[in-house]
Design a protein around this ligand. Structure first.
Ligand SMILES: Nc1ncnc2c1ncn2[C@@H]1O[C@H](COP(=O)(O)OP(=O)(O)OP(=O)(O)O)[C@@H](O)[C@H]1O
Ligand SMILES: [Mg+2]
Length: 967
């Protein structure tokens, strides 16, 4: 069929087969794609990608170009190449209506796979985190409530990973410019994690548009690792070759040139031109050049449509409106044709090359669809879509697709339409597709809905937009707040606001005022909601300067809550944190925090990434690691079980802090890095994770790494004035101090305390930084200032009342005053810290005590605290502290050689080795740490090399793992 001649083409055109089908032209599988004109480089790139996947590696390729340039044809070539290389390929194609189909693309790949998978294989596919995607699959169990969309994404990623674990897989996606946002987010996520998977991704799209999906797509294809091919328009020679194909003989050069000018070298138009010329018996001679203009290729599809009979035209319109391969019966019904008339019309369309011959029925090309749609006015199109929606609603499993047609129809003030859209939006949200849900709800709002449904629509819309990070979320929630007659609805609107509007003080103040008005009205109607709003109000107080007195009154009202319901616990958690600011004692604060976490249901109900986790602040300041650590273990387990990246990040950041304070710097670093690996590149928790890693690095004396890490945070001078970002300022001060930049460090600290002072004057928070301030002032010779700061720290610490804070403040004070009194205070400090879990602080007190004794000439007395301090510092991996202890010991007459650090495991390696040794597989470890299997593999490979072992089995043998933890 290579040289399809004009006469056989005519036969086909009058018969029933469609000509110009690449599949039937390809005789030789190995040469798949070779029939394409002027596409050698593109085909070579495809071959490369397919070969990589066949060899067990990953591959990625983006094909971008205008309509008709040959993207689908190249994907066909990829599919054929995959088949001959023994690589399974899965294909998905987006349609213009597809962007309203939650995870439409991904589901096209996976649903048939899962449907055909039997027991054991299905289980394997859905194993582990992949199970989180199940609610988003239509064939999965019916979801009850909105899914956490990051969890769904995480689930789909692992479902694809599991799929590719069996055999290599090539994923093909055509017309990605119409893909839905959740699928695009997943592809973006996947494309950055392909390495190490036996998975290829070939994506074809027209240039991205300017809307949200366009932006997502643009980001995906701008990924530096994504190689792009952009097929060019055909040259005159290329046009000649294609026309020879259609006409049987090579056309004359002048003819080819004219055809090139008329079509711009776009293969689709060249083919259509060839088809029409062939039908008219044109042979392609120079004398026939004028015939080209008569055919007017660019309006070909439309003109063909005008030449078919009215029933065929209606059927083509029905197919264009449905925009997917349709069951003939459905298409016929939409076209208002009975069965017989429909099959006659279908045969006519097939003869004209407008549809394929397969079932279900579909238009031959997107350009044909666009031309058919262009023959309808906006109002006509709207009517068609509305009818399609009605027809689909009456069909099994058609309801969701039906709603998509409602989206394409003009608003008509039909309350039923709004209700249908609201239902469909809920389903989309349950499938983890907030963007899609938001679009449906916006459309429902425009309908507009009946008076009784407006509140529902607005609330769902605000929440969906907030989940999708869309800026209009706050507007819609405020609109609900202002317009609703129902206090509970107003309360729910306010509850959604913080996530929707960000922490800008002006906005927070507005929300606070609205909460103060609304809470009393909600109380009698819904007490749980009222308590949650109170918790939120306290959360806002925490973030707003000058809220002290109001906050303290609030706290007083709730201290007596028993903590029986989750909302009570959430409120108690916020009370505990607020009390820390309010100058209460550790005893009082911890008692409240304990009540908040006693009820295990609270964490489950509030979620691992929620405000509830702020209870950790109270426990950490109260030095109650015995309560904090098990609580964080629970939060981490819950985050894993739910696939909540946010929950994982929040818990890891807290665990890093807890580990550092308890003198496990390598663990602290590993936790901080884990959070950083999992966090979104622009996520609000990124700064927190960076702070944790930096602080852990400084204490280990790894200043250069710390500096690099801090640079990656890109702190600007106008570092935004939100309270939480004070942390990174303190980390920078620590780094600058440790590197000897005292003045700069001082400036950072002054700035930070000025900021903290806007919120609280008596809080024990940032005690470390306060004591650093004392130290720096002392080093700068400003002892009066230093003493004033030290006394302030002592007052705060006494008031707070924990051994750790008091011990630390005493130590700083003692170092200032020196002499025998100083030594006595240092002794008291190390006694206070002797039973404290704050091992790093304990080490510092002991070493300072030893140093003071040594300076006082009591060398023998100095040795014991120095040795004890050195031991603690070494176990913590606190190199600078250990060095200091060793220097002091040397001055006291004892030389302790530096421990030889061999090829030590990095903290991240250590952690993964421990998980592997306890029997976890690589994918299990990867899922637990929210990283890729490849990352796990490379950490393990490094660890094996350092440990001198070659297999996982040897890990479980005694002595194989290094232990660095002091506990
Ligand atoms: N290089 C080529 N050589 C021969 N035929 C080609 C070539 N490129 C495309 N074609 C043919 O041109 C027609 C249009 O190509 P194709 O459908 O692949 O375009 P597309 O880029 O996918 O367009 P759209 O963006 O509208 O989907 C098809 O019939 C295809 O077989
Ligand atoms: Mg195409």
């Amino acid at each position: 069929l290579w040289g399809l001649s004009c006469s056989s083409a005519r036969e086909i055109a009058t018969g029933s087969t469609l000509n110009f089908h690449p599949e039937i032209r390809c005789r030789d599988d190995a040469a798949a794609g070779a029939w394409l004109v002027e596409r050698e480089p593109e085909v070579a790139r495809i071959t490369q990608c397919v070969e990589a996947v066949a060899a067990g590696a990953s591959g990625l390729l983006v094909i971008e170009g205008q309509a008709g340039i040959g993207k689908t044809a190249l994907l066909d070539a990829a599919r054929q190449q995959a088949a001959s290389a023994g690589v399974r390929s899965l294909t998905a194609r987006a349609g213009e209506l597809e962007r309203d189909e939650p995870y439409g693309i991904v589901r096209q790949w996976l649903e048939p796979e899962l449907k055909s998978a039997t027991g054991a294989r299905r289980e394997r596919l859905l194993e582990g985190a992949a199970g989180l995607a199940e609610p988003a699959l239509v064939s999965g169990p019916a979801p009850a409530e909105a899914a956490d969309s990051p969890a769904t994404l995480h689930g789909f990623y692992w479902l694809l990973a599991n799929l590719a674990a069996d055999d290599p897989v090539l994923l093909l996606i055509d017309d990605a410019h119409w893909a839905d946002a959740p699928s695009l987010r997943l592809l973006d996520h996947l494309s950055r994690r392909l390495e190490g998977m036996r998975l290829g991704l070939v994506l074809a799209c027209r240039p991205p548009g300017l809307d949200d999906e366009g932006e997502l797509l643009a980001r995906l294809i701008a990924e530096p690792s994504a190689p792009i091919v952009r097929p060019a328009l055909l040259t005159i020679d290329g046009v000649q070759a294609l026309l020879r194909d259609a006409l049987g003989d090579p056309p004359d050069a002048a003819f080819a040139q004219a055809a090139h000018a008329a079509t711009g070298g776009n293969p689709f138009y060249v083919r259509e031109l060839g088809r029409a010329l062939c039908e008219q018996g044109v042979r392609g001679t120079a004398a026939e050049v004028a015939r080209i203009d008569a055919v007017a290729p660019r309006s070909l599809a439309r003109s063909i449509l005008m030449r078919v009979s009215p029933p065929a035209r209606e059927l083509a319109r029905a197919l264009a409106v449905l925009d997917e391969p349709a069951e003939p019966a459905l298409a016929a019904e939409l076209a208002s044709l009975d069965r017989d008339a429909a099959s006659v019309a279908a045969a006519e369309l097939a003869r004209a090359g407008l549809i394929g011959t397969g079932r279900p029925m579909a238009l031959a090309h997107a350009i044909v669809r666009a031309a058919v749609l262009a023959s309808l006015s906006g109002a006509e199109r709207s009517t068609w879509h509305r009818r399609a929606a009605t027809l689909l609603a009456g069909r099994r499993s058609g309801a969701e697709r039906g709603a998509i047609h409602l989206l394409a129809a003009e608003p008509s003030a039909d309350p039923d339409v709004a209700t249908t859209l609201l239902e469909a939006a809920r389903l989309a949200l349950a499938r983890g597709a907030p963007e899609v849900g938001a679009r449906m709800l916006r459309r429902a709002l425009a309908e507009p809905p009946g008076a009784d449904a407006v509140d529902d629509v607005l609330l769902a819309l605000g929440r969906a937009e907030a989940q999708a990070d869309q800026p209009t979320a706050a507007e819609h929630l405020w609109e609900l707040y202002r317009s609703s007659q129902d206090p509970v609805r107003r309360g729910e609107a306010l509850r959604g606001l913080p996530q929707a509007m960000g922490p800008h003080p002006d906005r927070l103040r507005e929300a606070a005022a609205a909460l103060d008005r609304t809470i009393p009205e909600v109380g009698p109607l819904d007490s749980e909601l009222a308590l949650r709003l109170e918790a939120l109000r306290l959360g806002i107080s925490y973030m707003l300067p000058g809220e002290g007195p109001a906050r303290d009154r609030q706290v007083e009202r709730f201290l007596g809550l028993p903590g029986t319901t989750p909302a009570e616990c959430a409120l108690l958690a916020m009370c505990a944190r607020a009390m820390t600011d309010a100058g209460k004692s550790a005893g009082e604060v911890v008692a409240v925090a304990e009540r908040a976490i006693a009820n295990p249901r609270a964490l489950e109900a509030e979620g691992p990434g929620s405000l509830f986790l702020e209870v950790c602040a109270a426990l950490r300041q109260g030095e109650r690691f015995d309560l904090l650590d098990p609580f964080l273990d629970r939060a981490l387990a819950l985050a894993r079980q739910r696939g909540s990246t946010l929950g994982f990040v929040v818990a890891s950041v807290w665990r890093s802090l807890s580990a550092r304070l308890q003198g496990m710097l390598r663990e602290a670093e590993a936790e901080g890095r884990a959070a950083l690996d999992a966090v979104a590149p622009h996520g609000i928790y990124r700064l927190g994770a960076i702070t944790m890693v930096v602080e852990a690095l400084i204490e280990q004396g790894r200043m250069d790494e710390g500096r690099l890490m801090l640079d990656s945070a890109a702190i600007s001078e106008e570092l935004d004035a939100q309270r939480p970002s004070t942390q990174i300022l303190l980390a920078r001060a620590a780094l600058r101090h440790a590197s000897g930049d005292r003045e700069l460090a001082l400036a950072d600290l002054r700035h930070a305390f000025e900021r903290i002072g806007r919120y609280t004057s008596a809080s024990p928070i940032a005690m470390d930084a306060r004591l650093r301030l004392v130290e720096i002032l002392h080093e700068l010779g400003r002892d009066d200032d230093a003493l004033a700061e030290a006394e302030r720290a002592l007052t705060i610490a006494r008031n707070w009342g924990t051994g750790g804070k008091l011990g630390a403040a005493l130590r700083a004070h003692a170092n200032l005053i020196g002499g025998e009194e100083g030594i006595a205070q240092l002794r008291r400090a190390s006694d206070l810290l002797a039973s404290s879990p704050l091992r790093l602080e304990r080490a510092k007190a002991l070493i300072d005590l030893g140093a003071a004794l040594r300076r006082a000439g009591r060398r023998a007395d100095a040795r014991e605290p120095l040795r004890a301090g050195l031991d603690l510092a070494e176990r913590a991996a606190a190199a600078p502290l250990a060095d200091r202890a060793r220097e002091e010991l040397a001055a006291s007459g004892i030389r302790v050689p530096r421990q030889r650090v061999g090829d030590q495991l990095t903290p991240s390696e250590q952690r993964i080795v421990e998980m592997a040794a306890s029997g976890a597989t690589n994918p299990q470890i990867a899922q637990a740490l929210f990283v890729t299997t490849k990352t796990v593999e490379s950490h393990l490979a490094n660890a094996y090399r350092k440990l001198g072992i070659s297999s996982r089995r040897e890990l479980t043998q005694p002595g194989a793992q290094q232990r660095t933890s002091p506990v």
